[in-house]
Design a protein around this ligand. Structure first.
Ligand SMILES: NC(=O)c1ccc[n+]([C@@H]2O[C@H](COP(=O)([O-])OP(=O)(O)OC[C@H]3O[C@@H](n4cnc5c(N)ncnc54)[C@H](O)[C@@H]3O)[C@@H](O)[C@H]2O)c1
Length: 333
């Protein structure tokens, strides 16, 4: 514990997959956490409520239901509680959802990010805003090449989600120059694990395999992803939080696993964890999907010692154990 633990950390999206895990770890290390979330129904709100139950059972966790696009509410909350550090994770995630619901991305990702920037700017003694970006800003890269570095070009987003995440980075860049408070944008690569997101492939596959239904494998299974276990991601987020850049600096860091796994290998590992072989239906690529994303994390490593530890096979076993416990072995409806 250090001095900074005397002021609470604000975590946005605290009922979400990553926000829940980050909040729990902050409390474990002796900090106070104010969590905000609008508990929207993009995916099963019962899962968000269950995550929140976990957090509400902990000392020093305070939840406020709030929409981050309400700039005045966010600013008042930050000021009234003397918040000096923020981990901003609330966002409208997903790529395919944007085809039907484009304005959800504008409200949560663009306006929401601006609310957090304004709140940080007006907070007394503000020290660090850490926010979630995404590997999707890189667009596509063929399999087998080297991983993405932060210096790679990012100027051709292939989805609205990616466009909003890149826009957040640019807004942050301008605020760092104009107002000087330190910021770190983290480009997350696919995160998985217990309490994960039902809209992600490994999660949906698990429900289908357990129900004896076939799974649809998009991109003919040729996609590769950098699957990062939730505990490793939390290590990286807190490492970044504890090492703010100099004032007037905005830093963007990759946060991933650096060991890309092909979709078919991921499915094999999941089948092993479940002890069931899946029936697979091969499908072509979907709009907005990219074939391969994985991270070069040497900058985050140099800065914080970040080194992901959990192998996909082990992480998926943990996920399956949680899933069976949470859903009683039945897929969610
Ligand atoms: N999980 C991944 O693999 C991954 C990959 C790349 C980037 N990210 C980014 O990391 C962050 C966290 O992702 P996650 O996987 O935990 O997602 P999540 O959807 O589980 O969590 C996001 C939370 O934010 C809340 N939220 C959304 N809009 C809000 C609003 N307007 N006001 C208040 N709360 C709002 C949601 O209710 C949800 O609980 C997101 O910014 C996401 O874009 C995640």
């Amino acid at each position: 514990m250090n001095d900074s633990s005397k002021t609470p950390v604000l975590v946005t999206g605290a009922a979400g997959f990553i926000g829940h895990a980050v909040s729990a770890r902050l409390i474990e290390r002796g900090e106070s956490v104010i969590g905000i979330d609008n508990l929207n129904d993009y995916y099963d709100p019962a899962l968000k409520a269950a995550r929140l139950d976990n957090l509400n059972a902990l000392d020093r966790f305070y939840f406020v239901e709030m929409d981050i696009s309400d700039a005045d509410d966010v600013k008042a909350l930050v000021q009234e509680n003397g918040v000096q550090r923020i981990i901003h994770l609330a966002a409208q995630a997903g790529v395919r959802y944007s085809i039907e619901n484009p304005f959800a991305y504008q409200k949560s990702n663009l306006q929401g990010h601006l609310s957090l920037l304004e709140a940080s700017r007006h907070a007394a003694g503000f020290r660090h805003l850490v926010y979630a970006s995404s590997s999707s800003v890189y667009g596509d890269k063929p399999m087998g090449g080297v991983g993405f570095t932060e210096d790679d070009p990012v100027n051709e987003p292939v989805s609205l989600y990616a466009a909003t995440k890149r826009s957040c980075e640019l807004m942050s860049q301008s605020y760092a120059k104009l107002y000087g408070f330190p910021q770190t944008g983290l480009r997350f690569f696919t995160v998985y694990g217990p309490w994960g997101r039902p809209d992600m492939a490994y999660f949906g596959f698990t429900g289908k395999i357990l129900a004896g239904e076939p799974i649809e494998v998009y991109g003919e299974g040729k996609m590769a992803r950098d699957f990062t276990y939730i505990d490793d991601i939390v290590d990286g987020i807190l490492g970044a939080l504890d090492h703010p850049p100099e004032p007037h600096h905005h830093r963007i860091l990759n946060i991933g696993d650096s060991r890309p796994v092909g979709l078919m290998d991921m499915i094999r590992a999941l089948e092993d964890a479940l002890g069931i072989e899946a029936e697979k239906i091969m499908r072509p690529m979907q709009p907005g999907d990219v074939t391969s994303t994985y991270a070069d994390v040497s900058r985050l490593h140099a800065l914080t010692g970040y080194a992901p530890k959990v192998m996909l096979e082990d992480g998926l076993k943990q996920f399956v154990r949680w899933y069976r416990d949470f859903y009683g072995n039945l897929p969610p409806t």
